[in-house]
Design a protein around this ligand. Structure first.
Ligand code: DX5
Ligand code: ZN
Length: 227
């Protein structure tokens, strides 16, 4: 079953508890942490994640767009995030970091910017629970989906299947009713959606509609038929 992760980057930061409630039924709440160094934008950090953890039952999927995740990411796991994603471009010791995250009880996830290839990281895949492929340049919500990322989604799914892994493959950026089917067809099974969910009149209904669309596209996807 495809999973939908509304990104609170597109929510009202002054009403985060209510905005979490507005997407009831979502699989994860996607929390974009930006430090104004790894990306040219600044959002929120540990204190907000700690408060949000108490304010919602939806598990938190923390996407860290920050420098030095080796130092900071474990603290998000300790704060109760169910999944912590670090960018491999910023990590010094991604294997040690993934092991630390898992030891703290979190899922360990590795993100790639659009121009970062997956192939050099093939041997790391067994250390991970999820790979996040950016389908826009990280930093801002509401950007247009980069179609040229579809081949990387396909190649990543092939690597996962070749190794017989249960890894989730998440896409983030520009995912909407008009792009989610292409992503599912290429091999994604976890979908971040910011503006497509929080820009809708009924965010919870938008989550359900995106999931239904992804499910239909997945059922006829070449990578699922090959399994
Ligand atoms: C962008 C963030 C995304 C963002 C997606 O750097 O990582 O999670 O919220 O927003 P949309 O879905 O509007 O592209
Ligand atoms: Zn994100």
């Amino acid at each position: 079953m495809p999973q939908i992760c509304p990104s609170i980057l597109s929510a009202d930061f002054a009403r985060l508890a209510a905005e979490a409630e507005a997407v009831r039924g979502a699989d994860w709440l996607h929390v974009d942490v930006m430090d104004n160094h790894f990306v040219p934008n600044l959002t929120l950090g540990l204190p907000v994640v700690e408060s949000l953890r108490k304010a919602t039952d939806i598990p938190l999927d923390c996407h860290l767009m920050i420098e030095d995740p080796d130092r900071w990411a474990p603290q998000y796991a300790e704060a109760g995030a169910g999944s912590v994603t670090f960018h491999v471009e910023a990590a010094s010791a991604p294997i040690r970091l993934a092991r630390d995250l898992r030891a703290l009880g979190s899922r360990a996830s590795m993100a790639l910017r659009p121009a970062t290839p997956i192939e050099p990281y093939e041997d790391l895949l067994p250390e991970l629970d999820m790979v996040l492929l950016m389908t826009v340049e990280p930093g801002f919500g509401g950007q247009s989906f980069l179609d040229i990322m579809l081949p990387k989604i396909r190649r990543t799914r092939q690597l996962i299947d070749r190794h017989g892994l249960q890894l989730w493959l998440q896409v983030d950026g520009g995912v909407s009713a008009s792009t989610i089917e292409r992503c599912a067809d290429a091999g994604a099974d976890v979908f971040v959606a910011g503006s497509a969910v929080y820009g809708a009149d009924d965010p919870a209904a938008a989550v359900a509609a995106l999931r239904a669309q992804a499910k239909t596209a997945t059922e006829s996807a070449p990578w699922v038929r090959a399994l």
